[in-house]
Design a protein around this ligand. Structure first.
Ligand code: GLN
Length: 283
């Protein structure tokens, strides 16, 4: 008799050669196969999936062994406590990006003293993760979310609907800041910032290069964004960018050159690497 316990044990062994989170991967894939929650899976360990379900699960394990990310196989990912659809058209939201969301919420609270609704633009929104997390926690904010990929915007649109935020977030197609029709209070972005050759092979094989490739030193997009910030921000506006761990040495001089009156601070993620730059007093 093949039970959930057996299936998970067998799959975990097979996945442990390719994944540092083999057990979790196995649970997520089996829960997806059965259409169950992970909690139910863990509670019903003696349940016996049908031969058809076992075969379907094996097929998903096989995909994972070929290094396809679990989030693409199951079609969704949790970010900042919110369940989001993801597809190979969008980067998979990363836990370290939650730091950017937290810092952006803090900045919005500092601004909210003025009592007027604030406007925020998420540049290169992908699945919509950052914009949706901000809209969920900032009831007074109105958001714009831009992307250069129509396929990513389609995923983002479904995520707005999933969370009932269609009225609060406007999706805009286009390159970086150019789709914005007027200045906003805050600009947030997790732009492509990797050096593609240095990205993990499985990430490079499966996630969209448009969302990853930051050119020869990874900083190409900051060179385009930072000089134009002042034109797209209201007086007192601020900007937050996710950055690569080694990029502070490139970004600090860019800010000092193009935004000499601004103040900025770097924040480290849980792995103690530089991850977010917060820029204020841009105008
Ligand atoms: N954090 C992602 C990675 O290292 C990159 C995200 C990005 O380029 N914006 O794979």
């Amino acid at each position: 008799m093949v039970t959930i316990t057996h299936l998970l044990r067998h799959a975990t062994t097979r996945l442990s050669s390719v994944s540092p989170t083999a057990r979790l991967d196995a649970e997520l894939l089996l829960a997806h196969t059965l259409g169950w929650s992970r909690t139910l899976l863990i509670a019903e360990r003696t349940h016996q999936p049908t031969p058809g379900e076992q075969a379907a699960f094996e097929a998903l394990v096989e995909r994972r062994i070929n290094l396809e990310p679990v989030a693409y196989i199951v079609g969704h990912k949790e970010f900042y406590g919110l369940d989001l659809e993801v597809s190979p058209a969008t980067l998979i939201p990363r836990p370290e990006t939650e730091l950017l969301v937290e810092l952006a919420i803090q900045m919005a609270h500092r601004m909210a003293g003025s009592d007027r609704p604030i406007t925020i633009a998420d540049i290169g929104t992908g699945s919509g993760a950052i914009a949706i997390a901000l809209a969920s926690h900032l009831p007074n904010a109105h958001l714009y979310a831009t992307d250069l990929s129509p396929a990513a915007l389609a995923v983002a649109a479904r995520n707005l609907a999933r969370h009932g935020l269609e009225q609060r977030i406007e999706l805009l197609y286009g390159d970086l800041l150019s789709p914005l029709l007027g200045p906003v209070d805050m600009i947030v972005s997790n732009p492509p910032y990797t050096i593609l050759d240095e990205v993990d092979a499985d990430v490079r094989a499966h996630e969209p290069h448009l969302a990853l490739d930051g050119g020869t030193d990874g900083a190409m997009l900051y060179r385009r964004l930072i000089p134009s910030l002042h034109a797209y921000l209201r007086p007192g506006g601020g900007a937050l960018f996710e950055i690569g761990a080694w990029q502070a040495a490139i970004i600090a001089p860019l800010i000092q050159t193009h935004l000499p009156q601004a103040t900025f601070a770097l924040y480290r993620d849980l792995a103690d690497r530089d991850r977010v730059v917060v820029i204020e007093q841009i105008n």
